[in-house]
Design a protein around this ligand. Structure first.
Ligand code: THU
Length: 135
């Protein structure tokens, strides 16, 4: 499944809209239903309205009714260059915290379909704050 998700993320990256950073990111999010939701980064002349690939994938999925997730693959790199190992930003980690199991959700960071590192949400967001804190 890792290879398939990374390939999907690579396809998603082709749609990245990055006239300002020229740094292109693609994501592929696996829902518990088995469906895969793609996302790319979408920048804006106002800068702050820009959206990361990971959040695009989550919002795409949630807007289609999927609320539970297994894993996300992320690929990133400068336009026209090689893919580089790129971990999700803090805001995207917080969005993962809202919808994903802290101990089991997998974040797959790839530079090729057969070259990746895998982390749990707990590993990349220690002492996270999420919905359970408000119960
Ligand atoms: N970006 C992502 O889409 N995901 C990440 O994990 C890191 C950063 C985007 C935001 C912006 O469009 C560009 O990469 C440069 O920061």
């Amino acid at each position: 499944m890792e290879e398939k998700l990374i390939k999907e993320a690579m396809s998603a990256r082709e749609h990245a809209y990055t006239p300002y950073s020229h740094f292109k990111v693609g994501a592929a999010l696996l829902g518990k239903s088995g469906r895969i939701y793609r996302g790319c980064n979408i920048e804006n002349a106002g800068y702050t309205p820009s959206n990361c690939a990971e959040r695009t994938a989550f919002f795409n999925a949630v807007s289609e009714g999927e609320l539970e997730f297994e894993a996300i693959a992320i690929v990133a790199g400068p336009e026209g260059g090689e893919l580089v190992f790129t971990a999700p930003c803090g805001v995207c980690r917080q969005v993962m915290m809202e919808f994903c199991d802290y101990e089991t959700f997998r974040i797959i960071i790839g530079t090729a379909p057969d070259a990746y590192r895998e982390f749990t949400l707990k590993e990349i967001l220690p002492y996270g704050f999420g919905p359970k804190n408000l119960e």
